[in-house]
Design a protein around this ligand. Structure first.
Ligand SMILES: [Zn+2]
Length: 405
């Protein structure tokens, strides 16, 4: 007979550091052990712990960090290695040494940094009895409630339950996104309302789906850095912004490091439909020094292994037309156009040309358009083509009024 009551008791009497400085929300003691157990319970819920070994993965670290952010003040430390090591003292959590590292683990040497743990232990093993109990959802709910009630004040408890619900919903959402992309389904289920909870679920779920698809690697520069604590150098970027597309599918996203993400958002970098990096001429303008970014031009991006998760070229095409900054290319085009018109004046051609330019301009967004004052062509009053010159001035006014920032 398994004894759930003894584990409820053990979960409520976790030994926690009472040093000064812990906030009132954690009853004035270190919250790390209960938060680590809450993160591990989430992994059980997500079906990630199918055998009795809790590994120090980025996923576990990320969940732990989300719980820390819920109860701790910004700037307070969040080192998962400390509770992972010290939980041994609770009697139901044993560190499993890596082959050849048994002596280090048995020596009592304190393994309290992520790298010390990763170099010496494969993970933590629970009592077999506890592991069996945790396979049942009702038992997990009871133990989770024991942790939250015993170690956090009443005002904080709803925040933790909300975090539990968000983590579960975000995991389901990310799994569903990946599943839909693999099956090439177009429509998302419409159940996520546009409230704060849904937004957080969507953000967390989309981020997880994209980061998993790209295995934490920046699509544009290839950078991949993941700390054992779950910090990854990449973020999930929408290709067509969610506000425009309502599309969180991985084929509308890419994992990008912070610099590439910023450049992407600013329209300074993008990806062509043949999956090559394209850089805006603005990147190197006005004394900018883009450094390593300038070496990425025309290089193939790093794609997910699964082809069904590759960016949808139609989404990339939309972004390149609407957000990518091509000012200088547009200016070059205008300059060359001006030259050819002066060489072969024709009223018919001028009308055609102005109309065509207007069409072209209407396809472009404000940030990708050259402001009329920057284009000398429109100020060329000495041109023999007075009609065209006037028409172009009019066109400049039209564009100016359409695209005024
Ligand atoms: Zn990058």
């Amino acid at each position: 007979m398994f004894d759930l009551a003894q584990y409820i008791h053990k979960f409520t009497i976790l030994r926690r550091d009472p040093a000064k400085g812990w906030p009132a929300s954690t009853r004035g003691k270190s919250p790390y052990k209960p938060l680590l157990l809450l993160a591990a319970l989430d992994q059980f819920d997500q079906g990630q712990l199918t055998h009795n070994l809790i590994e120090l993965t980025a996923d576990l670290g990320n969940l732990f960090e989300l719980y820390c952010a819920t109860v701790l003040l910004p700037g307070m430390g969040c080192n998962i290695a400390m509770p992972f090591f010290h939980m041994q003292g609770e009697g139901f959590w044993q560190l499993v040494p890596l082959p050849g590292k048994e002596a280090n683990v048995a020596s009592g040497w304190r393994l309290i940094t992520e790298s010390q743990l990763l170099n010496n232990v494969a993970g933590a093993r629970l009592d077999d009895e506890l592991f069996t109990l945790l396979a049942v959802k009702e038992n997990r709910d009871v133990l989770r409630a024991a942790l939250i009630d015993a170690h956090f004040v009443e005002a904080t408890q709803p925040l933790l339950w909300e975090r539990v619900a968000t983590n579960q919903a975000a995991f389901l959402y990310s799994s569903e996104l990946l599943e839909q992309a693999r099956k090439k389904l177009k429509e998302l289920r419409p159940s996520l309302e546009d409230d704060g909870f849904a937004r957080e679920v969507r953000d967390q779920g989309f981020r997880r789906a994209v980061v998993v698809a790209y295995n934490h690697r920046c699509a544009c520069c290839g950078l991949r850095i993941v700390t054992p604590g779950g910090h990854t150098a990449v973020e999930a970027a929408h290709i067509i912004p969610w506000s425009e597309s309502r599309n969180d599918q991985p084929t509308n996203g890419m994992a990008l490091c912070r610099l590439c993400h910023w450049s992407f958002d600013e329209g300074l970098m993008s990806v062509a439909t043949d999956y090559r990096v394209i850089l805006s001429p603005q990147l190197a303008a006005h004394g900018n020094m883009p450094g390593l970014l300038s070496m990425l031009d025309a290089r193939p991006i790093f794609l997910p292994l699964e082809t069904t998760l590759h960016p949808d070229p139609a989404n990339l095409d939309w972004r390149n037309k609407k957000i990518f900054r091509k000012v200088q290319r547009f200016q070059q085009f205008l300059n060359s156009f001006s030259f050819s018109v002066n060489d072969s004046p024709s009223d018919i051609f001028s009308v055609f040309a102005v109309n065509w330019m207007l069409e072209l301009c209407l396809l472009m967004r404000p940030r990708s358009i050259a402001r009329p004052s920057q284009v000398g062509f429109w100020r060329d009053h000495s041109s023999p083509l007075h009609g065209l010159s006037r028409a172009c001035q009019s066109l400049g006014c039209v564009i100016d009024s359409i695209y005024r920032e």
